[in-house]
Design a protein around this ligand. Structure first.
Ligand code: AMP
Length: 473
């Protein structure tokens, strides 16, 4: 925080009153750097993570410049409905009693109702690109009267997925004369592309990206698919009353599966993903915000911009596919200086991705073990399993060593036939077999390994009791 106070800025009274009533005293770093230039009408590239106060950084200048005329003059575009709702709520109170009509315009809500509201006059639009385009094409929204455009989570808005929509909106907004971009990350290719539509922007950005990453403890655990649930169990069982946990999966399907599996182990949690109805999503979000829901499982898109201050733990159940999402995810915790930690589950195949994330942002992600069980708990909520896939070679095979006492009688072929006949695994599942005086090893496909191991231990081979275990190659 800076030494400047909001009072020094000579802000319009209605905004200043609202801010003071809210108890805000000083602008945050991003507000201090961005607001004065934005008030002067400059274009801005603002790098700020969620939680840094970026909504007010663009919100205050927008609300100051927009007048209650009933014609849309400013628009904020966001990648998700959740973020649009949050931005809308924040702008609503910051404007105090100025009387601007601020309307959220996003999909999943009643078209006709929204059209009616637009027809009856609005001053500020906060929306997602798809619905904004829809409403413009239906002639309920006239983008020509808009002079100020802001893109929140600009990196996402300007990437391949949204770009055609954003580009359409730009071209239908001929009177745009100020553009504000805010995002936690600005990859170089995005910065390069802004030449096309920004006019001599002021860049409010730190040279050292580390500064923008929340100062939380970032840990990673080597853990494969088979034991991720065990890992979550260990983390959740260590939560105390004041903790809230956000778990990220890469797919909606995984979000649902995980909820189901955790439910079976008596962990109650809620989910948030794009296939849920708007109503349901809002309910879940408010439950989480109120602290009623302690654990939330979500996809990236659904959780973007989620403004919850109580999150103390973020779990990357799946590592995100792109490094920017990693920063967005861990940005959910440690907000406004609170403490937080993140746990990333990294399987053998994810190690390169972890390295990519680490080097992109120069992060200090510490290799760690799963947390120990609390002292008053003596059993894992989810039992650990032998993770055969993690132990397998590039062909999916694991090596099992068998001890049959001093002499392992028989030959390779008969041992292989015996295993197949006893365990009913496919012939292809058995690989190389080595028998020598001291040891016997069998290569088995990881998917069949557990089964074969159990059979080996239960049956006798040529009259010998066997013990078998995973062999370290
Ligand atoms: P944001 O990054 O916009 O999501 O803001 C994160 C949280 O910080 C929100 O709850 C804001 O209301 C709050 N906030 C923003 N600016 C300030 C400020 N200058 N002083 C105190 N709280 C703030």
């Amino acid at each position: 925080m800076s030494n400047i106070s909001f009072i020094n800025w000579d802000l319009p009274e209605h905004i200043l009153d609202a801010i003071v009533a809210k108890g805000w005293d000083q602008p945050t770093e991003i507000q201090k750097d961005a607001i004065p230039s934005a008030r002067l009408g400059r274009d801005i590239i603002g790098q700020a993570r969620t939680g840094s106060g970026k909504t007010a950084a663009f919100g205050i200048p927008i609300l100051e410049k927009t007048q209650p005329t009933g014609n849309p003059q400013s628009i904020v575009l966001c990648p998700t409905r959740e973020l649009a709702t949050q931005v809308c709520n924040e702008l609503e109170w910051i404007q105090g009693d100025k009387g601007l009509i601020i309307l959220p315009v996003y999909g999943g809500t009643d078209l006709e109702k929204q059209a009616k509201k637009l027809d009856s006059g609005v001053d500020v639009i906060v929306g997602t690109p798809g619905r904004v385009i829809d409403m413009t094409k239906r002639k309920h929204l006239n983008l020509e009267s808009i002079s100020l455009l802001c893109l929140d989570e600009a990196d996402r808005m300007l990437d391949m997925g949204f770009w055609p929509d954003i580009s359409w909106i730009f071209s239908n907004m001929p009177n745009r004369n100020q553009t504000l971009l805010f995002s936690a990350t600005f990859p170089q290719e995005i910065i390069d592309s802004t030449d096309e539509f920004l006019n001599n922007p002021v860049t409010v950005m730190s040279d050292d990206l580390e500064v923008e990453v929340p100062e939380i403890e970032q840990k990673w655990i080597k853990i494969g698919r088979a034991n991720k649930l065990w890992g979550v169990g260990r983390i959740l069982i260590n939560m105390d009353n004041s903790d809230q946990c956000l778990i990220f999966c890469n797919t909606k399907r995984m979000v649902e599966l995980l909820e189901d599996r955790l439910g079976k182990h008596r962990f109650s949690c809620a989910t948030l993903h794009g296939d849920m109805s708007q109503n349901k999503r809002e309910k879940v979000m408010s439950g989480f915000r109120d602290g009623e829901v302690k654990t939330l499982i979500a996809t990236d898109v659904a959780a973007r911009g989620l403004d919850v201050d109580g999150v103390t733990i973020v779990i990357n159940y799946d590592l995100p596919d792109n490094p920017e999402d990693y920063v967005h995810r861990i940005g959910r915790t440690g907000r406004m200086g609170k403490k937080g930690e993140s746990w990333s589950f990294v399987g053998r195949d994810d190690l390169r991705q972890l390295e990519r994330i680490r080097t992109t942002w120069n992060l200090n992600i510490i290799k760690s073990e799963a947390p120990e069980l609390p002292s008053d708990v003596n059993r894992d909520p989810v039992r650990p399993r032998q993770d055969w896939a993690e132990a397998s070679d590039p062909f999916g095979m694991v090596r099992i060593s068998i001890d049959a006492g001093k002499n392992m009688i028989g030959n390779n072929l008969s041992l292989s036939e015996w295993i197949i006949s006893q365990s009913k695994v496919k012939e292809l599942a058995i690989g190389e077999i080595n028998i020598d005086e001291h040891s016997t090893t069998v290569d088995i496909h990881s998917e069949s390994a557990q089964r074969v191991l159990e059979i080996l231990e239960r049956r006798e081979y040529n009259g010998n009791k066997l013990t078998a275990q995973l062999s370290n190659r």
